[in-house]
Design a protein around this ligand. Structure first.
Ligand SMILES: CC(=O)SCCNC(=O)CCNC(=O)[C@H](O)C(C)(C)COP(=O)(O)OP(=O)(O)OC[C@H]1O[C@@H](n2cnc3c(N)ncnc32)[C@H](O)[C@@H]1OP(=O)(O)O
Length: 466
């Protein structure tokens, strides 16, 4: 049981309270001073429960923190307490939910964009109180308050315990295979287009945004791939039978790789990850087997961060293709004192002459955020064709994908040009610095491009890379 140095009773006039980004219990009434005091206490409670939840799930860092909740627009935490226990009362459970914009596969393998889709993000009941019905009590309160039904909830990387919980209490057993970390159940897409709680809205992407299921390695790893109009025309030109065969075999493949459960199945080796990790001695195993959760999570976060970096590099190399921007090599700079490594963003080095790709140094997701956060400003220098000796070459991505050969793309518009996108579907512009890439594939507004479990969902839109 989780007790605190302060009396929790004023914060819990009832056993279950609801907290949103103001970090105050929904029942709270008080003046400014009381408000500050309550906020600070609630932060402590949320952080501690979030920490215990992470430990209980074997996660390397908490999914739930007060800071994350404060930054979110559409997340709610339900807290369960026993105010009469001990001297100050004890908090026994936490359930964090939120809405997300998700790209999901339906039962037929069609990609659908689900907007404001209800999601279960974190769930914890203290070990001493588990299997006593408290989880169900908390969950039921949440369903009632949010006006959700369990079938219409996606679950972010559920643990075995949560899968058992949902099976037992709500009969949820048969999942629809997904290529991301979310688990949903058969029936999720039933009842038309606005079936997901209050705000849910889905749209079949095959007709809307040029997103299609393909059988490319991209799809198997990261979901649907943008094919462009030409490909759309081609694919709509018949051959239904082979198309559906292809889809069913794709579904089988997705089933094999879908990480069902918080400790997920091992993933197939990703060539990008392999290359990125080549230099660090990590063979790029997707990981994800039991017990490897945290490290695989870190790997993915790290890959994502490095890809963000590559994207930055790539962006500049596009500018680089414009002849008027070609510049003379900079003169040898004066020697300067060593900059603080954590503070200064070092522009990417030109690709090495040897064909061994050197991944950019991004040490942590935080580091990646800082790179994203600066809105991809150009580095202090740019490389021109003269430097690279290559035409239309996106060296960041090119070096990673095909280090030994010259790479050319048909550039139609800059947005598409060899850009590795993370969590941002084609055409979704960054509307604000905080918004960035977080709303497209599988994330809510919690900043930084990571899912609530601290994982990045990667999506590669430039199909020609593979
Ligand atoms: C998206 C996410 O948050 S994933 C992470 C989910 N959280 C965790 O795994 C943290 C550790 N587990 C817990 O905190 C709790 O077990 C919860 C939140 C999953 C469920 O809370 P509880 O209070 O135990 O649930 P409640 O008592 O209402 O229901 C019990 C049922 O949950 C499932 N369950 C609970 N504990 C376990 C367990 N140790 N092993 C297997 N199933 C379990 C079972 O179906 C169980 O029914 P049973 O006892 O008849 O087998």
């Amino acid at each position: 049981m989780v007790d605190f140095r302060f009396d929790i009773k004023p914060l819990f006039p009832q056993p279950i309270i609801k907290v949103t980004s103001n970090l105050l219990p929904h029942t709270f009434r008080g003046d400014r001073r009381q408000c500050l005091d309550a906020t600070s206490k609630m932060s402590e409670i949320i952080d501690q429960l979030g920490q215990l939840s992470a430990i209980s799930q074997g996660l390397s860092k908490p999914v739930t923190t007060a800071q994350r909740l404060r930054m979110s627009e559409n997340q709610t935490i339900y807290l369960l307490a026993d105010p009469e226990a001990g001297n100050n009362g004890v908090v026994t459970g936490l359930l964090k939910v939120g809405t997300k914009d998700l790209y999901l596969f339906d039962e037929k393998g069609q990609t659908r964009k689900m907007e404001n889709s209800p999601s279960i993000l974190d769930f914890y009941v203290h070990e001493s109180r588990q299997r006593a019905g408290l989880g169900k009590r908390l969950f039921e309160t949440m369903l009632r308050e949010e006006q959700w039904t369990p079938l219409k909830c996606s679950v972010d990387r559920p643990s075995e315990k949560l899968l058992a919980f949902l099976g037992k209490h709500y009969g949820l057993v048969r999942t629809i295979p997904q290529a991301n970390n979310f688990v949903l159940y058969e029936g999720f897409f039933n009842d038309g287009s606005t079936s997901n709680g209050r705000n849910g809205h889905d749209s079949p992407l095959s007709q809307k945004n040029g997103l299609h299921i393909t059988n490319s390695p991209n799809t198997q790893l990261f979901g649907a791939t943008y094919l462009g109009d030409e490909a759309n025309k081609r694919s709509s030109g018949g051959r239904r039978d082979s198309g559906s065969q292809q889809q069913s075999s794709l579904l089988q493949q997705i089933t094999q790789i879908s990480p069902n459960g918080r400790y997920g199945a091992p993933r197939p080796t990703c060539s990008m990850a392999e290359i990125i990790h080549a230099g660090s001695g990590n063979s790029g195993k997707g990981g994800g087997g039991s017990g490897a959760e945290s490290s695989s999570g870190n790997d993915i976060a790290e890959i994502a961060a490095q890809l963000q970096h590559l994207q930055t590099i790539d962006h500049y190399s596009v500018q680089d293709l414009q002849p008027e921007l070609e510049i003379e090599p900079e003169p040898e700079p004066e020697p300067e004192p060593e900059p603080e490594p954590e503070e200064v963003y070092t522009p990417p080095s030109p690709p090495p002459k040897s064909h061994t790709p050197t991944p950019p140094t991004v040490r942590s997701p935080d580091r990646a955020e800082s790179i994203i956060g600066d809105n991809r400003k150009p580095p202090a220098f740019q490389l021109s064709k003269q430097h690279t000796g290559m035409k239309n070459r996106s060296f960041g991505v090119g070096m990673a994908v095909m280090p030994s050969s010259k790479m050319e793309f048909n550039q139609q518009e800059r947005e598409d040009f060899g850009v590795v996108k993370i969590n941002r579907p084609l055409g979704n512009e960054i509307t604000s610095p905080g918004h960035d890439n977080t709303d497209a594939m599988s994330t809510v507004s919690s900043g930084g491009g990571l899912t609530d479990q601290g994982y990045n969902d990667l999506k590669f839109y430039h199909n020609k890379l593979w």
